[in-house]
Design a protein around this ligand. Structure first.
Ligand SMILES: *Cc1c(COP(=O)(O)O)cnc(C)c1O
Length: 256
């Protein structure tokens, strides 16, 4: 929900937390975090930002006024599709409460998975730069294809949130979404790629391709999907670290 007045208007007397995925998966909708944090502070509400798509290498919501930041470390922080992990960041008072909850209820990382995530962190900023550069190349190429109706990538000037993205993140990340004619065209393309893997995961060194309407957003009603702008011709690519020429050639042969 990029419209800030809609956030403010939705505040009720018992509202405790604003939670946003920023950018959203897969369309890259974003909110001006600093301005939203002013609204949340005015109403005494905590602001939590899911930063899984950009990671701390490209965006630091705590510095923009957020109270809590959530990461699926399963994605870019491990970055190589090897384990499930997550992280919650925030002030001492908040983290103490979360730590006591995780200590007594079980969602704690094994030592081996913690080691894997730490190895991933070593290369995070380098990988995010490379994911962003590859994604930009793919987005620009897709934008020039006749059978592609629309490309959603924050790095394109045509993206409605390009200017806000430039003001609060240092690059545009690895997720590119684009629309083809309909579900049949989308399935045909997805089933024809040879290098990209078909999976709902994202943030791997390997490029992956997904049909959001039937996977990540498959449990929504038609009306909810329409409200979220997820149409049946939409395809999401999590652009990996392979040679981008190979990825573009793979999608090109699948697009015809
Ligand atoms: C995958 C994902 C999650 C869930 O993470 P898990 O590690 O699978 O629990 C949450 N937010 C975003 C933006 C994600 O991409």
């Amino acid at each position: 929900m990029p419209d800030l007045s809609a956030w403010e208007n939705s505040v009720k007397s018992n509202t405790k937390l604003f939670l946003l995925e920023n950018p959203s998966n897969p369309l890259g909708e974003i909110v001006d975090i600093l301005r939203l944090s002013e609204i949340s502070k005015k109403h005494g509400i905590l602001l939590a930002v899911d930063n899984a798509i950009l990671t701390p290498a490209l965006q630091t919501p705590l510095a923009l006024g957020a109270d809590i930041v959530i990461h699926s470390a399963t994605k870019y922080i491990d970055g190589q599709g090897r384990c499930l992990a997550g992280a919650v960041l925030g002030g001492e008072e908040i983290i103490e409460q979360i730590a006591s909850f995780t200590r007594t209820t079980g969602p704690a990382l094994s030592a081996f998975n913690a080691w894997i995530v730490l190895k991933g962190l070593d290369t995070l900023s380098l990988r995010m730069k490379a994911h962003s550069a590859n994604a930009m190349r793919l987005a620009v190429w897709l934008d020039g294809q006749k059978s592609v109706k629309k490309v959603h990538y924050l790095g394109l000037k045509s993206h409605p949130f390009h200017q806000i993205a430039k003001s609060q993140q240092s690059d545009f990340g690895g997720i590119v979404a684009f629309e083809v004619a309909d579900k049949i065209a989308a399935f045909k393309l997805i089933n024809s790629v040879k290098i990209l893997s078909i999976t709902a995961n994202l943030g791997d060194t390997k490029s992956t391709i997904t049909h959001p309407a039937t996977t990540t957003h498959g449990r929504l009603t038609d009306a909810e999907r329409a409200a979220a702008n997820i149409n049946s011709g939409l395809i999401r690519v999590s652009v990996g670290l392979e040679s981008i020429d190979d990825i573009i050639a793979d999608i090109a042969q699948a697009l015809v």
